[in-house]
Ligand binder design. Structure first.
Ligand code: HEM
Length: 145
């Protein structure tokens, strides 16, 4: 079976397809996104439930999430180099995550992507991927009405 990639008009034939990391804008833009994400979480009352799950200072969370996203998007594997496999679901088990927490997280990320001026198609693509990961992170049953 051939898995050859057909170059598109915006992609010269002698280059690899752009990684998500490059499409986002590399290290600087990724860090900007992460910082905006945690600034919003810190400032906006609508994210108070997920803010309360995090430590008082968000400095460590910012670094770890940035390192993770770097490798996850096809850039340098900064998280794995330091901590090994992310084991994201296991690492989130200490925090009670049901649908409302998942949705707050996704809303916070959607706003952060808008605020840093990310191209709309890329926002949608990333949000779909984040939804899958965030949904898989749920570890608490939703309260039935
Ligand atoms: C579903 C809603 C989510 C909630 C409520 C949540 C909450 C948290 C909390 C409370 C921490 C600990 C922060 C700290 O120790 O500083 C954390 C760490 C982390 N989260 Fe999430 N998270 C969610 C979804 C996600 C998603 C979707 C991703 C990836 C795309 C992600 C990636 C990470 C990473 C990489 C860490 C650092 C892990 C480590 O301790 O090494 N989280 N998260």
């Amino acid at each position: 079976m051939t898995t050859e990639h057909t170059p598109t008009a915006t992609e010269p034939a002698d280059q690899q397809p752009a990684s998500l990391y490059d499409m986002i804008g590399g290290a600087g833009k990724l860090r900007e996104l992460v910082d905006r994400f945690y600034d919003l979480m810190d400032l906006e009352p609508q994210f108070s439930v997920i803010r309360a799950l995090h430590p008082t200072t968000l400095d460590g969370s910012r670094d770890k999430f940035y390192w993770f996203l770097s490798g996850w998007s096809g850039g340098p594997d900064l998280y794995i180099e330091q901590f090994g496999h992310p084991r994201l679901r296991a690492r989130h088990l200490p925090y009670a995550i049901a649908s409302p927490e998942r949705d707050q997280w996704l809303r916070c990320m959607a706003l952060a992507m808008q605020d840093v001026g990310m191209e709309e198609g890329l926002q949608e693509h990333l949000l779909t991927s984040f939804f899958q990961t965030a949904d898989w992170m749920r570890n608490k049953a939703d309260i039935q009405p």
